[in-house]
Design a protein around this ligand. Structure first.
Ligand SMILES: [Zn+2]
Length: 323
């Protein structure tokens, strides 16, 4: 029995897979991800699948396989209902669900792809839902001011004062600093630093949207995914963030190379981020193993070293999912 040796998570994965095929169509991608929903149209070139986040068009060339759920008749008479087969017995292992919101106009197909990959690793169902269509200006922060304050602290300057004056002092200190990092910081200040989303505000928006669903104990939590840069107080930027007590998290694919692609890589990076953020929702702390999804990455290169839950974190994830 090799299967039994693989442990509890595989059993959960099978239950989740059975549950999902019973009620949804699934487009399985060559990259390993999949998109679940209801197929609404098909041609030789593409398949259109309606997901919780809206219709997603997938080129045939990207598809490995399409599985279809048996169609329910659109309307039933009471007599027909009596003849209907008894509902399937509940799965032996409870199925957990992760809610993922494509927030602020984020690319719903990309979010669905990454969500499906993360769901497979965790052995849970992932529901991709629409978030608000575009960012609210009130949730944006002046990142230039934030970068200046961070640099001021690193250079041991007073981070207070008007921003123009602070920038003059920071630039003067950088000029006198011989380290290569000082040249990099100058280059950052010379370029545009667009406003970005504050995770603290975004998290509240996700919570407001997901609140009713979070009452369901089988729901692990809700993660809002955005295609914009995010920042958190005291940090230059963040890939993701979570508030486990509120069971909400946020993740961004802005720094995952989404403008230049390749798309498959962006989806993979976002899936790793979703796994990390879900890890927080499941009560895991940071991990010292740089290949573990719960490692703290300082940059994209370090993020790309993260592969899976390490041997120490994986049993903790499995245990948390069974609770
Ligand atoms: Zn670990």
């Amino acid at each position: 029995m090799r299967v039994a040796l693989r442990g509890g998570l595989l059993a959960v994965a099978c239950a989740a897979a059975l549950a999902s095929t019973a009620r949804a169509d699934e487009v399985i991608l060559k990259t390993g991800g999949s998109i679940r929903g209801r197929i609404v149209s098909e041609s030789e070139q593409e398949v259109v699948i309606e997901t919780g986040a809206g219709p997603v068009k997938v080129e045939r060339a990207r598809i490995r396989e399409v599985t279809r759920s048996p169609r329910q008749p659109p309307a039933r008479t009471p007599a027909a209902e009596e003849d209907a087969p008894a509902p399937a017995p509940p799965a032996a292992t409870p199925t957990r669900t992760l809610l993922v919101f494509a927030f602020d106009g984020a690319d719903a197909a990309l979010v669905a792809d990454a969500g499906a990959r993360a769901g497979r690793v965790l052995g849970v169902a992932v529901e991709v839902l629409p978030g608000r269509p575009k960012p609210d200006e009130r949730d944006m922060v002046d990142r230039r001011a934030q970068v200046l304050q961070l640099l001021a602290r690193q250079l041991e300057l007073d981070p207070g004062g008007p921003s123009e004056e602070l920038e003059r002092r920071v630039r003067a200190a950088l000029r006198d600093n011989p380290k290569p990092a000082a040249r990099e910081a100058e280059a950052v200040l010379d370029g545009p630093i667009p406003p970005c989303l504050a995770v603290e505000r975004l998290r509240e928006q996700v919570l407001a949207l997901a609140q009713a669903r979070l009452a369901d104990a089988s729901v692990i939590g809700a993660i809002g995914v955005v295609g914009r840069d995010m920042t958190q107080k005291g940090l230059n930027f963040v890939f993701g963030h979570a508030a486990p007590n509120a069971r909400v998290g946020v993740a961004s694919y802005w720094r995952f190379g989404w403008r230049e692609g390749p798309r498959d890589k962006v989806a993979h990076r976002l899936a790793v981020q979703l796994l990390s953020t879900t890890g927080v929702l499941l009560g895991l702390g940071r991990c010292e193993d740089p290949t573990c999804v719960r490692a703290f990455p300082n940059n994209l290169e370090e993020h790309d070293r993260k592969r899976a839950f390490c041997a120490a974190c994986r049993p903790r994830v499995e245990a948390a999912l069974r609770r």
